[in-house]
Design a protein around this ligand. Structure first.
Ligand SMILES: [Zn+2]
Length: 346
């Protein structure tokens, strides 16, 4: 056999072997290895082409043609196989990530009011029907509004029960301990008649337990005009108790710095209807909050003449009323942000 023939035969065998190996290749990794083996710079076909230089000149055209045909054929086969493997990989990926559009969708969660917010809305509605409008003030308050204008000077023991978060700046800034500073703000900004409620959040340094939170809602009420009496206060609160929970109200003497006379008021127990049970500690009544006639000194602080004007003020805890409404035994549940608890009020 001449050198020409042996090279041509070798090239044809090489092409046949490469084609048969290619047919068995099923992944891209193997395909790349095949490409390097035959068509790479040190691949079998590339090396065979270099051998062309070693055969006699007259034999080169035929051998060169065979070599080029083999190269073109294998390159085309490689491109085809590569395209097939890519197509197969794509199809596998698509079926693995397929989205079943026949599945029912997930419903978005709908929000709804917190039970304390619901109670607040009812409080605002009921007092609104009695002519009270809503007033608001800042939660971060000057010491003067939170204490001094309400007749609670520095070092007064009444401050002990309202320890809060202080910012030590000239004039003193506190997180307000009650919504009463809103009363001061309203009275300083307008002349009588005044009839407002002030719902808002308050802060104290209280240890949290089943009936105390360190931040909580309060709703204050204030009415100042000529001839406002304690019986007006009783009438307003009795009507409120009846409308919000359908219960009765009673007053007990008490002391507050910014009212005189002062009282605490209770609602009749919803659980036992006033007969006495564990919830009300067999009293028949549950404490709600404080109230009283605005102290003459407070009126003077606001530049209202106590000889002409009188007024009453009261406060209440919307959380406490919410607990009575729904029979909730632990106030901390209201701030725990536990959806299992809150969904019950949806
Ligand atoms: Zn009871």
């Amino acid at each position: 056999m001449t050198e020409q023939h042996s090279l041509i035969t070798a090239l044809r065998e090489l092409q046949a072997r490469a084609e048969s190996e290619l047919g068995a290749i099923t992944d891209l990794q193997q395909l790349e290895e095949w490409r390097i083996r035959y068509l790479g710079t040190k691949g079998a076909l590339t090396m065979a082409l270099k051998d062309l230089g070693t055969i006699p000149k007259e034999d080169r055209p035929a051998a060169g043609q065979t070599a080029n045909t083999a190269k073109r054929t294998l390159e085309a086969a490689y491109d085809r196989h590569l395209a097939e493997l890519r197509q197969a990989a794509l199809a596998t990926g698509l079926s693995a990530e397929a989205i079943d559009i026949t599945l029912p969708g997930r419903r978005p969660q709908l929000g709804y009011s917190h039970p304390v917010r619901e109670t607040l809305q009812d409080i605002i509605r009921i007092f609104g029907s009695m002519g009270f409008s809503v007033a608001e003030g800042p939660e971060v308050e000057w010491d003067r509004f939170n204490f001094e204008l309400l007749n609670i000077p520095e070092d007064h023991p009444a401050r002990d029960t309202m320890d809060t978060f202080y910012v030590d700046v000239p004039g003193g800034i506190v997180l307000r301990t009650h919504t009463s500073p809103v009363q001061a703000r309203v009275m300083l900004s307008q002349r009588p008649p005044v009839r407002v409620i002030a719902p808002g959040r308050c802060f104290r340094r209280d240890q949290e337990d089943a009936s105390h939170l360190s931040y909580f809602w309060q709703c204050e009420g204030l009415a100042v005009d000529r001839d406002v009496t304690f019986s007006d206060l009783k009438g307003v609160l009795a009507s409120f108790a009846d409308q919000i929970l359908g219960c009765k109200v009673r007053f007990r003497p008490h002391h507050f710095q910014f009212t005189e006379p002062s009282a605490e008021f209770d609602f009749s127990c919803l659980v036992c209807g006033g007969k006495g049970c564990r919830t009300c500690k067999y009293e028949g009544w549950l404490e709600i909050s404080g109230a009283g006639m605005v102290h003459p000194q407070v009126l003077r602080n606001m530049d209202y003449d106590p000889a002409v004007y009188s007024g009453f003020a009261f406060g209440m805890g919307p959380e406490r009323i919410t607990m009575m409404r729904y029979g909730i035994s632990d106030i901390r549940l209201l701030n725990a942000n536990d959806m299992r608890f809150l969904r019950q009020f949806a």
